[in-house]
Design a protein around this ligand. Structure first.
Ligand SMILES: [Zn+2]
Ligand SMILES: [Zn+2]
Length: 323
């Protein structure tokens, strides 16, 4: 959804509002501030978007199951108390570059647009080369933490591999976690995955970890993965272009070799995905994903879910009916 502009004229960026002067010459023009493509198509900003309108039904169901566990909130709060979120913040602050108007200004501008679109207070944003939690791999591409004061970390390889619009989509997904109020359970699930890979010894965490029984772990991780589907929808509500979500996922699935990956074939693969698996099988796979401690569910699956939401009219309904 980009437009070519020729000749000398001015155009206001539909995303960030910057007035851009267009020099002559052909080619795709991008905004000088947020670096997103210039176009005369409108970009909707929601004044009062309700999370219930886009939350994926799997997320709703899994959260219901999780909340049915007696005492779950107090157990998770205990877990978060001993791993005070300031610690995580310090860890990232010491390892990362903090984004602002003078540091990665285009990322800062994109974050402004995302927050303005979803109606969320702007969190701190960091760019990090290393992941202090050692997650590794492309799965760990971006991260939202903090319950009291949320912050987002984007890992540098992601920015290097994705286009500006795709980075915008990833930020939309991450801010979606804040908008959908996922953070208490999300941070708890991430701590839990971290704990399962860490020798706790006699640390205060060890005592709390024993409270997190297997049923709690399974319910928490099961919800954690399904919540991703809701945030992919938030990412779509921000980019307002399904093809950007698909190409982002394609890169996450296919790694660097994007020039050799066929976009249409990938969409076909995603559309076929759900048809090939019956519901009860899908549920078993979800359980395996949770048990395996993956940070994000399979990208092909996520694409198939987002395409279905578009095809069924769910996306259009939110765009048309929410102010
Ligand atoms: Zn702009
Ligand atoms: Zn996520």
């Amino acid at each position: 959804m980009s437009t070519e502009f020729n000749g000398d004229s001015k155009i206001r960026c539909r995303y960030c509002g910057q007035l851009n002067k267009l020099a002559g010459g052909k080619g795709e023009a991008t905004c000088g501030r947020c670096r997103l493509p210039l176009s005369d198509e409108p970009h909707k900003k929601f004044a009062n978007l309700k999370a219930e309108t886009y939350i994926h039904p799997y997320d709703v169901q899994a959260l219901k199951t999780l909340k049915m566990i007696p005492g779950i909130d107090s157990i998770l709060k205990k877990l978060l108390e001993v791993t005070h979120e300031a610690y995580m913040r310090v860890l990232f602050n010491a390892n990362s570059v903090k984004v602002g108007p003078d540091q990665y200004p285009d990322l800062d501008a994109k974050l402004d647009v995302v927050c303005c679109t979803l109606g969320v207070a702007k969190p701190d944003l960091y760019v990090s080369v290393t992941n202090p939690f050692g997650g590794g791999g492309l799965g760990f591409n971006a991260f939202t933490g903090g319950v009291e004061k949320p912050f987002i970390v984007v890992f540098a390889p992601l920015i290097e591999r994705l286009t500006d619009q795709e980075v915008f989509a990833v930020l939309g997904h991450e801010v979606g976690h804040i908008h959908a109020q996922h953070l208490l359970y999300k941070v708890a699930a991430e701590l839990l995955m971290f704990l399962t890979h860490t020798a706790l010894g006699f640390s205060p965490l060890a005592a709390v970890a024993t409270l997190i029984t297997m049923p709690i772990q399974m319910a928490l991780l099961n919800w954690y993965h399904k919540a991703e589907l809701s945030c992919d929808r938030a990412g779509l509500l921000v980019t307002q272009d399904p093809s950007v979500i698909v190409s982002t996922m394609m890169k996450l699935a296919g790694g660097n070799l994007t020039s050799k990956v066929n976009y249409e074939a990938f969409i076909d693969q995603a559309r076929q995905f759900q048809k090939n698996y019956e519901e009860k099988w899908l549920d078993k796979i979800w359980t395996m994903i949770a048990a395996g401690g993956m940070s994000h569910p399979f990208p092909v699956w996520r694409v198939s879910e987002i395409l279905e939401w578009v095809d069924e009219g769910g996306y259009k309904k939110v765009m048309d009916e929410q102010d």
